[in-house]
Design a protein around this ligand. Structure first.
Ligand SMILES: Cc1cc2nc3c(=O)[nH]c(=O)nc-3n(C[C@H](O)[C@H](O)[C@H](O)COP(=O)(O)OP(=O)(O)OC[C@H]3O[C@@H](n4cnc5c(N)ncnc54)[C@H](O)[C@@H]3O)c2cc1C
Length: 531
């Protein structure tokens, strides 16, 4: 339905507020189930949005949603290869893995043969099945167009100013182009991001993540960013081109991300703890960025010829945790309920996990006690997953001046993520309960304990440090299906079929099942050009 047909009063089953990727996918899925859906957006597409880098789990969740709701166009977005073939007009970046480079402030980057100051973890064996960075101006617009084509009523440039629950239905009020808008809905999904619509309208309150430092964000899109592998050529053949990745420059007190798209645009930004931001000094966005690069000469070399394409965004506070997540007739998606940090690209999988759960609640319950209980469970899971992510990310911030510890801690993430992906792909999601396996009776408590110990262990407490490293290794050993404990890899980890096959038993699978899985996923199959 086109905007021109929109009446001032709409009566729908579900109103979705916010048309980023999550709101658009929610609307698409609901339309596929025959629901009448209004998708309400304050702004207008195409528009800049932050949050761009995907992971294998993100893309698997996208695939699962696409299969469940019969959305082949959405499925094509889950891999670099199908994306290029089906949606060549939608820009994106090739993400083959996670690259971390550890810098001293005010010193040129240097490393040794053991790669003590870097970590490269591949996420895919070749480009065709690789992850992507979403160029959100294009990507979100494409999804909104698909939602409209599926029947969603899309209202952009709509300013909502009120919400009322009359005990049976929700009423949203606002204005669009000077005309009053009223939307009556059985249920409201808030996909409007952190500090979004319902959190303000219902004054839901904010609480903090205990172990996370206060951080600020500074970011924009650039042209002409130099590749890292020309600034500092790798000493050998890395598991993937180190720039075809989420490139992280880590330093005491913060880090910089660099994500390259296939349209000449590069997303880059920094997350800085308050003390480091204060040291750099208050200034406008471009000058903060410049002052930061003054302390990072090798990163500066990547930006010598670069120019920002948009004004810098300075987010004075990155983390956000909304105190309430649901009511009887409304729910916040995880991305509206909280933000931890861009580190480890956790925003998308958390959002998609929550979206799948919420859609399930709406499909399998009707208003009443059962739905109330299901929504309470959804809220608890949403908070638990945000909190465990914050615990790990908090420990990573505390170890940004200690690459060995930082790298060890990231293995908790990589082990949990790769195990979860394999378990789900093998049809055994019950083996991997919760994001980061946080609900697993053995892994979950160990993950939280290791993160807490990392925060508390002084750097010079040698034996406590060794004990923590051993504890992390012991925690991941039963779940390591990616060779993360293999020291001979010098912290360059490829994705190898042999690792998964050798560790089939950890997934309660036979080697034949794993072989079939690899075949299904296109692991060994490289596409013929042009096909
Ligand atoms: C600096 C930073 C970097 C990040 N990087 C990553 C990353 O690399 N990978 C990752 O997985 N996650 C990342 N995240 C998290 C990621 O940004 C979010 O998970 C993701 O953007 C959520 O998308 P969304 O569609 O739910 O919401 P959003 O992208 O926030 O979209 C919300 C939409 O709602 C609209 N809206 C807002 N208020 C209203 C209103 N009152 N009425 C109507 N419409 C409204 C907005 O205009 C917008 O279009 C990052 C977060 C930050 C802060």
């Amino acid at each position: 339905m086109t905007v021109a047909n929109v009446a001032t009063r709409l009566d729908v089953d579900v109103a979705v507020v916010g048309s980023g990727f999550s709101g658009a996918i929610a609307a698409l899925a609901l339309c596929q189930r025959g629901r009448r859906v209004a998708l309400i957006e304050r702004g207008r597409h195409p528009r800049f949005a932050i949050g761009e880098s995907t992971t294998p789990l993100t893309n698997l969740l996208l695939e699962e949603l696409a299969d469940r709701y019969d959305l082949p166009r959405l499925r094509a977005f889950s891999k670099w290869g199908t994306w290029q073939r089906v949606h060549p007009e939608v820009a994106c970046g090739l993400k083959r893995g996670f690259t971390f480079l550890f810098h001293h402030l005010d010193a040129t980057f240097a490393d040794d043969d053991s790669h003590a100051r870097q970590l490269a973890v591949a996420a895919s064996p070749h480009d065709d099945v690789a992850d992507t960075h979403w160029y959100r101006p294009d990507f979100d617009l494409a999804l909104v167009r698909d939602a409209e084509a599926a029947g969603a009523i899309y209202l952009d440039e709509t300013h909502l100013d009120g919400v009322r629950d009359d005990g049976e239905r929700m009423t949203l009020t606002g204005a669009r182009g000077g005309r009053a808008v009223t939307i009556v809905a059985d249920f409201v999904i808030d996909a409007s991001g952190p500090r979004g619509f319902l959190s303000r309208a219902l004054e839901l309150g904010e609480s903090s993540f205990a172990s996370l430092p206060r951080t600020q964000g500074l970011y924009t899109h650039f042209a002409d960013v130099e590749r890292w592998d020309t600034v500092a050529p790798p000493d050998g053949e890395p598991p993937y081109p180190l720039d075809a990745a989420a490139l992280h420059h880590v330093f005491p007190g913060g880090w910089i991300w660099i994500l390259r798209f296939n349209n000449g645009v590069t997303s880059a930004g920094a997350a800085l703890t308050d003390p480091l931001a204060a040291e750099i000094g208050a200034a406008d966005g471009a000058r903060i960025w410049d002052r930061l690069l003054d302390h990072l000469p090798s990163v500066r070399a990547q930006f010598v010829g670069a120019r920002p394409l948009l004004p810098f965004v300075h987010a004075p506070r990155i983390a956000y945790r909304c105190s309430r997540v649901v009511g009887d007739r409304w729910a916040l998606l995880p991305s509206a309920a909280g933000v931890v940090d861009p580190l480890l690209s956790t925003g998308f999988p958390l959002t998609l996990l929550g979206l799948a759960r919420l859609l399930d609640v709406l499909e399998t319950t009707t208003p009443g006690d059962k739905r109330r209980a299901a929504l309470a469970n959804y809220a608890q899971q949403t908070h638990d997953e945000l909190d465990v992510t914050a615990a790990l990310v908090g420990a990573l911030y505390a170890s940004m001046d200690d690459p060995a510890l930082f790298k060890r801690l990231t293995r908790l993430y990589f082990a949990a993520a790769s195990y979860s992906e394999a378990a789900r792909r093998l049809g055994r999601p019950q083996l991997a309960p919760g994001f980061l396996l946080h609900a697993h009776p053995r892994f979950g408590p160990e993950l939280r304990a290791c993160a807490a110990v990392a925060l508390d262990t002084p750097r010079d407490a040698t034996s406590a440090r060794t004990a923590l490293f051993d504890r992390i290794d012991r925690a991941i050993a039963p779940f390591d299906t990616a060779g993360l404990l293999d020291r001979t890899r010098r912290d360059w980890y490829p994705v190898l079929a042999s690792d998964l096959i050798a560790n089939a038993a950890k997934l309660a699978a036979s080697t034949e099942e794993v072989e079939r899985l690899l075949e299904r996923c296109g692991f060994r199959r490289k596409p013929v050009p042009g096909v």
